[in-house]
Structures are given as C-alpha cells and as structure tokens.
Ligand binder design. Structure first.
Ligand code: SF4
Ligand code: SF4
Ligand code: SF4
Length: 374
C-alpha cells in the first residue's frame, strides 16, 4: 500500500498537526474542523481552525468523542447551504460512517469538504477520559500502549470494544498508526483521487505501508469475537419485555440518547410531541384493561420507537449510551438488535455512499412472504 509519512516530530498528535498545518498554509483548505484540547485538558472540543498558528491546539488522536459526533456538526453546517469555502474535517471511523448515512438521507452536502479520517483503536467515556487526566495519565498514550501490546483496554467504551472498523477508507486521506512498527511514524494514506491529488502536492516522504492490512484484520476478528460474546450474553438479559423494561427501569425519559445520536436527524420528533404528555384520561383509555400500569407509559414506547428507527442505520458509535445520565446500558438492547437487522437486510451502514439504506428502498418481494402468510 502506498502512503506518505510524517515522522519529523515526536508523537502522533504533533505529526498530525504538521500535516494539518500544511493544509492551511498551502491553502489546500480554508478551515479545519477537528477536536482541540479543552481549556482544562480533560476533554476535547470541536473547533473550527482557520489560522495555521492555532493548529497546535488540535488533538485529533485523543481517544474520546466529546458528546456529539463530528458527523452531526458537519450536517449542521452544510445541510441548508453548501460550504462556500473548502473545509477539512477530521473524523473517526464511526463518525465517517454516520456522515455517510446522513449523506444518503440528504442531511449533509459534501461540496467543498475534504474528509480526513483517523485510525481509531478505541475511546474512553468522556468522564473516564477526564478522570484519567486528573490522575496524571495521558489517555492517548494509554490507548496506544494497549494497541502496541495487542490487547483491549477494559476501560474503553463498550461500543469501542465491539467496533470492527478501526479504519474507514471512504476518507479522502487517512492519518494512521495501525500497522506501524515505528511508534512515532504517522501514515498519510490517500484513499480517493482527491486525497491523492492533495498529498501529491505536499512535500511528505513517500513510503510503503507494510503489515497494516494484516493488523486491521486482526483487530476486526478480535472485535467480532467480542461482539458475538456480548450479543449472546445481552440476549439472555433482554429476552422478553419484562427483562427489557428492567434494563430501562432507571431511564428518566430525558431523550439525551436521541439528541446525540448522529442518525436521529428529524427536527420535529413524535416523541417530543404532547402525544405522551401526562394526561390521565389518555392513560386510562390506552391501558384500560390492565388493572395496574406504570407511569409515564411513554418511556418504553420511546425506546421501542427509537430501536425501530435506528436499527438498520445505527453505526455503533455508542454516543447514546455515553450521554445517558442514568447509566442505562443501551448497548445491551441496541447492539444485538442493530446487528440482527443489518444482517437481515445484508446492509452495513455508513460504508458505501451509493448503497441505499433499507428504509429508503421498497422491495415488493419482501412483502410476498407476509402476503402468502396472511
Ligand atoms: S466506535 Fe469504533 S471508531 Fe468509534 S470511537 Fe469507538 S473504536 Fe473508534
Ligand atoms: S443509536 Fe446509539 S450507537 Fe447507534 S448511531 Fe445512534 S448514538 Fe450511535
Ligand atoms: S439518555 Fe438514558 S435516561 Fe435519557 S432517555 Fe435515554 S436511556 Fe433514558
């Protein structure tokens, strides 16, 4: 595999910033949208950078997604009006997957975007990340230490330990470390003709990447194994409606999980309407035959509705679970459901821009089975 490399400085963050600075200096892009270190250093903040002198604030390999997916932000800034200036956006693989799903649903306009991906071995919950920094640890070094020793970090978020996309080749350029035998060498891999054109104009050393594909396959295989184990134990835990309600029992119906989900893009949501407002008469009518019913009823419907809406396009970023103030283990519900729905439709969301999501395709033959049965 042909790549370019940056190894002039110590550390992936610094190497990435050498490259990103060049993009601004040479006016390849007018701005960069990427995670920058927060004021306290205990988190990162999505930041739009236009001056090369500000690039050193960026920390694109920080193993954290700060609340919202970068895909959500790109949708916010491009959905109504295409960008008039060229913006380089730096995203992790699950954020690229979300971006691709949003393009399919008409929620992102890719004009003037340069997509820059990073390899990702796993991220920490935002609070864990802050805690690690508070204890004097460097989360990026911790993540890399686990990567180079070939083991999972038990502290990674659940979805990361199940993630089989440590890289995403839909980015114009990938900034990568996977497959690297020299810990400080950053690969710049062109995946598209746009990416090749950009890298061809910059003065980085051409290189051959060896061992990357093998390492990627190794991670994918391990993660699929983790996922199988996770799914079978989750299925035992959520086997019926009673158990499902048990997982959700501490849910306070705050809808954070919906707010942060990059795939949940409707501006007006049925579940935010007054359909489930506390009107006793409605509860009496709906559940008249039950004798006793927990209130408010909207909670379970909200989650079932979200599962139906999300299952085929869920990209497994885990931001729903990260955003939950009550530590509801949403992964136990959503991961088995999404994997099964995606298997049934032979659809892997966020991989190919020209592959339509099942929700957008009406295939009459799908109905035949039900017509026959009916
Ligand atoms: S889900 Fe995958 S790509 Fe996303 S942060 Fe976790 S490991 Fe990285
Ligand atoms: S449902 Fe959760 S894991 Fe799936 S895309 Fe939305 S936030 Fe990510
Ligand atoms: S974020 Fe947690 S508490 Fe809020 S609605 Fe979702 S599951 Fe319930």
């Amino acid at each position: 595999m042909k790549a370019y490399c940056v190894s002039v400085v110590v550390g992936y963050r610094e190497s990435a910033n050498v490259f990103l600075k060049e993009l601004l200096r040479k006016k390849v892009v007018d701005a960069l949208l990427a995670p920058a270190e927060s004021e306290t250093g205990k988190s990162v903040t999505w930041t739009l950078v236009t001056e090369p002198g500000e690039v050193d604030k960026l920390n694109v390999f920080a193993p954290i997604i700060p609340g919202y997916s970068g895909a959500t932000l790109v949708s916010e800034i491009t959905r109504e009006t295409p960008l008039s200036k060229r913006v380089g956006v730096v995203l992790k693989p699950c954020e690229i997957k979300a971006l691709i799903e949003l393009v399919k649903f008409g929620q992102v306009n890719m004009d003037n975007l340069v997509l820059i991906g990073t390899d990702c071995y796993g991220t920490y919950h935002v609070l864990k990340y802050g805690e690690m920094v508070g204890e004097g640890k460097n989360p990026t070094e911790e993540m890399l230490r686990h990567y180079f020793s070939g083991v999972e970090d038990e502290n990674f978020r659940v979805h990361c330990k199940l993630c089989d996309n440590p890289v995403h080749e839909a980015a114009d350029i990938t900034m990568g470390f996977i497959g690297n035998s020299e810990p400080e060498k950053l690969f710049l891999i062109p995946n598209t003709s746009k990416g090749q054109g950009i890298l061809g104009e910059l003065n980085f050393i051409e290189d051959n990447v060896q061992g990357r594909e093998m390492k990627i396959k190794e991670i994918e295989k391990r993660r699929r194994g983790n996922r199988e184990k996770f799914i079978s134990s989750s299925e035992r835990e959520i086997g019926d409606i009673k158990k499902l309600s048990g997982i959700l029992e501490n849910c306070i119906n705050c809808h954070n999980c919906m707010e942060v989900c990059p795939i949940c893009f409707c501006k007006e949501c049925f579940f935010d309407s007054d359909r489930y407002s506390f009107v006793m008469e409605r509860y009496m009518k709906w559940d008249a035959d039950k004798g006793a019913y927990p209130l408010p009823t909207g909670k379970l419907q909200f989650h079932i509705g979200r599962m139906i809406h999300m299952a085929t396009s869920c990209v497994g970023c885990g931001l729903c679970e990260q955003s939950c103030p009550m530590d509801v283990e949403l992964s136990k519900i959503l991961v088995p459901l999404a994997i099964e729905a995606q298997r049934v439709y032979s659809y892997k969301p966020g991989m190919k821009i020209d592959e339509k999501p099942p929700l957008m395709v009406i295939d009459e033959s799908e109905l035949e089975k039900f017509i026959e049965e009916g």
